[in-house]
Design a protein around this ligand. Sequence first.
Ligand code: SF4
Length: 65
Amino acid sequence: MKKLKIDKDKCIGCGGCEFNCPEVFEINISSGKAEVKKDVNPADYQEAVDRAISECPTKAISYEE
Ligand code: SF4
């Protein structure tokens, strides 16, 4: 299973990823940065995840190798 990671230094907390795929991404209210929800398989939401990755304004989302 591919894992997603969010570069917290790049994330500006715009909420775009959560908007595109709320099943996988959420903004952590205390840090103001996006996080990948636990126990979710991104492959189940492939299209929305790909949209979130390509629309992230700072390119903070990527797949872990
Ligand atoms: S779209 Fe990118 S910059 Fe915006 S909250 Fe998500 S990871 Fe952060």
